[in-house]
Design a protein around this ligand. Structure first.
Ligand SMILES: [Zn+2]
Length: 347
């Protein structure tokens, strides 16, 4: 393995997974919950405030050039807008949060029962987090809740709900999330994951279409420099090598410019000062895993059952690896069940 500076960084961080996540129309019900050492009233108000504080208009432009077309279609369907109209609204930054909240649900999170049984897992043991996260799609609430029961909510309000929790600044604990900000993060994540996947498999056609979308919108934005951008881009698309080069460049740029930049902080351990990476949420860790896989030239494969990619941790693996707290791969089990059924059907 090549020397990769990221391999030297360790994290002791754990993620708290609550016992069940639920859909809330808005923050009203949450205000009435009694949740550990925090009361629901305070959390409810925080959730309402976040929606106002974070200006969706500022984020919306990101969505236009850092998204898969198929994902933007899901946004359009959910908001009951024609795709073209949504694209214009995002591009012109006229889609406001007030407009979004006319549709519910708005929040996904825990209830009073969810705090009775929680479990923790270490980030470092969750090898498949980044590939599993990419399987989620915007506005698929059912899959999001299923995912969260295993990995915890990927993004949202960080609040220390559990009293026995000794180190809230070390562990990731996300009891509630605003669905629009979460699906915004997911949409962008999925764009960069697709780019990552295309780089790994050297799928230059896919890179071409992903970059084209990105460049076209940037060109549209800064209409004076269209020529420069398109010329540079058309040079790039003539050679497969430079396409991969451009894709890697764009991905690195995203790690660099985005609020997802790695946070390296000193920690004092056994009398020594050690640099450690801290992660605020599951997306940050997932991007870190992606970066690591790229820098280590990790092998990725497509699962024989679900066709999604996973990182190969041993030579014989053919299916998505087992999820945290599980011994066996659910894709492998489903595949075996399918084969059995087929055999029965044949005989
Ligand atoms: Zn699978």
């Amino acid at each position: 393995m090549r020397k990769n500076f990221l391999n030297d960084f360790k994290t002791k961080q754990e993620v708290v997974v609550f016992d069940g996540y639920h859909i809330y129309k808005d923050a009203t019900k949450i205000k009435g919950l009694s949740l550990g050492n925090n009361n629901g009233e305070m959390i409810g108000r925080l959730l309402e405030k976040r929606g106002i504080e974070k200006d969706f208009k500022e984020l919306s432009l990101d969505l236009t050039f850092n998204s898969l077309r198929s994902d933007l279609e899901l946004w359009a369907n959910y908001l009951e807008l024609p795709l073209e109209e949504l694209e214009v609204k995002l591009f012109d930054r006229t889609l406001s949060y007030e407009e979004l909240i006319t549709k519910d649900p708005l929040i996904i999170g825990i209830n009073e029962k969810s705090t009775s049984q929680t479990k923790n897992y270490k980030f470092e043991t969750a090898k498949s987090l980044y590939t599993e996260l990419a399987k989620l799609t915007p506005f698929d609430f059912k899959s999001l809740i299923k995912f969260s029961k295993v990995f915890g909510l990927p993004y949202g309000l960080q609040e220390d709900i559990l009293e026995q929790h000794s180190s809230p600044d070390i562990n990731v604990q996300i009891p509630f999330t605003d669905i629009y900000y979460l699906f915004y993060e997911l949409t962008i994540y999925r764009y960069y994951f697709s780019l990552f996947e295309a780089i790994i498999f050297e799928d230059t056609n896919k890179i071409k279409s992903l970059l084209e979308r990105h460049h076209n919108i940037i060109a549209q934005m800064s209409n004076t420099t269209i020529d420069n951008i398109t010329t540079a881009f058309s040079i790039a698309i003539e050679h497969d090598d430079s396409l991969i080069y451009s894709a890697k460049e764009l991905l690195t740029e995203h790690f660099h410019n985005n609020h997802r930049a790695l946070q390296i902080l000193p920690d004092f351990e056994d009398g020594k000062i050690i640099p450690k990476i801290f992660f605020k949420d599951l997306f940050e860790y997932a991007y870190f895993q992606m970066l690591n896989a790229l820098m280590n030239n990790s092998e990725l494969r497509k699962c024989e059952y679900c066709n999604h990619v996973f990182e190969v941790d041993f030579e014989g693996r053919r299916f998505c690896p087992p999820l945290p707290f599980r011994k066996r791969s659910s894709c492998e089990m489903a595949y075996n069940r399918m084969k059995k059924k087929q055999k029965k059907g044949d005989s």
